[in-house]
Design a protein around this ligand. Structure first.
Ligand SMILES: *Cc1c(COP(=O)(O)O)cnc(C)c1O
Length: 431
């Protein structure tokens, strides 16, 4: 499969180079040249297929020619070795739990898939060491650190905003050691992201190091997120209803993968982009005008993004047709007060303990279903509530049980390097 840059100035390339580069030399995001459609027989038979078998069919055309079948099946088996339960909340709403992986957030799937692809390319080519440079607003860091831990030939450097990620998140990205380094930045997420972007453009660094990103701009992190929607469909198909997915969105990688899943044939009626007050996309859907802003901190901090990278891919999927886009995608934003109310409401009606991101997803879904009472809605639970322990316990007045896989992480010693500006980052990368 050939990938081209959405800025259309760089030359097109195959999947491995798109993964190693992360972003094209002209700063554009990579996009697949062809989008295949799965045959109707695939959907007729989907409930009889295993999750890895479904995933293989979904992703194989996107990596064709770059990863042999046996290797790809291995990568998928290892990536998806945990559960993806669909939990009913009301008779019209369910949640898809994406947090059963090692770092309790949905980003585990993309990070693990990408790490294994890079590991495979590296082994095959005996290539130069690759440095994965990533800015995180919370969950990316932990998932990437965990996914890449111990992968030979790969160095991981993670920038995170000091005091802006939860205790659990910080522990997950600062305690692993080995090939993982955490840099604590005196600033907000956008500062971290700007520094990473600057480093990718800085020839004094890129002449010395092969840098790549592990944010959802990377095709190997973005595309495997399509699996979630197929997994939910497999469970919900028998309901025989129009399905709506509400996706708590920040950088819009996850929802953009959902829209790709629909492009390759998955019968999804509608998507809702649910955001916190960082509402650039809901505002765009209202007005047709896209205005990036500085991000504001919220309770759902993994969505505190003021200029979502994947928005450009969404426009591409709809060939910039605003009316067509609005038929398939709605967007709503919610405050922290709304989020707390939603946590309480979900708990009251079903006993379910959501996290602040899932709660935002629930709110967006409810808004859409109010106008479309005949549809069935799924909101994605993108993180385990324990990752936002203080907010959840305080709002619901209960204790969240800490999963065993987290207890060990919480007991480890934090190890990070403080930096304040780009010069510090550069000095670190060149040291
Ligand atoms: C990253 C993240 C999101 C936002 O996902 P995007 O793909 O960036 O839109 C939502 N919830 C949680 C818990 C996350 O970690």
């Amino acid at each position: 499969m050939i990938y081209y840059s959405l800025n259309k100035k760089s030359t097109s390339t195959e999947f491995p180079e798109a993964v190693v580069r992360g972003i094209a030399p002209d700063r554009g995001l990579y996009f697949p040249e062809k989008i295949h459609r799965l045959p109707s027989s695939f959907f007729e038979n989907i409930e009889n297929m295993s999750i890895p078998e479904i995933a293989f069919n979904v992703i194989e055309p996107f990596v064709k020619g770059s990863i042999p079948e046996k290797e790809l099946r291995n990568i998928i088996e290892e990536t998806l070795d945990f559960d993806f339960p669909v939990v009913p909340i009301t008779d019209q709403i369910a949640t898809l739990e994406l947090f059963q992986g090692p770092t309790l957030a949905f980003k585990d799937v993309g990070a693990r898939f990408m790490a294994r692809c890079l590991g495979y390319f590296n082994k095959k080519n005996n290539a130069q060491k690759v440095t994965v440079l990533v800015a995180t607003s919370g969950d990316t860091g932990g998932a990437v650190a965990n996914g890449f831990l111990g992968v030979p030939g790969i160095e991981v450097v993670i920038l995170y905003p000091k005091g802006k990620v939860s205790k659990v998140q910080e522990q997950q990205l600062t305690t692993l050691g080995e090939n993982i380094t955490a840099l604590e930045v005196n600033g907000v997420f956008d500062d971290c992201q700007d520094m990473v972007k600057t480093a990718f453009l800085d020839e004094s660094i890129t002449n010395n190091k092969q840098l790549t990103s592990a944010n959802s701009i990377n095709v190997a992190r973005w595309l495997p997120q399509m699996f979630y929607y197929f997994i939910a469909y497999r469970t919900l198909k028998k309901q025989n209803k129009s399905l709506v997915f509400s996706v708590p969105s920040g950088n819009f990688g996850n929802i953009c993968a959902g829209l790709m899943a629909r492009e390759i044939g998955l019968p999804i009626d509608h998507f809702v982009a649910s955001t916190n007050i960082n509402d650039v996309v809901p505002e765009y859907l209202q007005t047709g005008i896209y205005t990036p802003k500085k991000s504001s901190p919220t309770l759902s901090n993994a969505m505190d993004v003021g200029d979502p990278s994947n928005f450009i891919r969404i426009l591409k999927i709809f060939e910039n047709d605003f009316d067509l886009l609005k038929e398939t995608l709605s967007g709503y934003c919610f405050t922290d007060a709304d989020t707390r109310e939603a946590l309480k409401e979900i708990h009251e009606i079903s006993g379910y303990v959501a996290d602040p991101h899932g709660a935002v997803g629930y709110l967006g879904l409810k808004k859409h279903l109010k106008k479309h009472p005949d549809k069935y809605g799924i909101f994605l639970e993108t993180a385990h509530p324990v990752k936002f322990l203080d907010t959840v316990e305080e709002t619901l007045d209960l204790k969240v049980e800490i999963p065993d896989r987290l207890k060990e992480t919480l007991s480890k010693t934090k190890n990070s390097i403080s930096i304040k500006d780009y010069e510090d980052l550069k000095a670190f990368l060149l040291s």
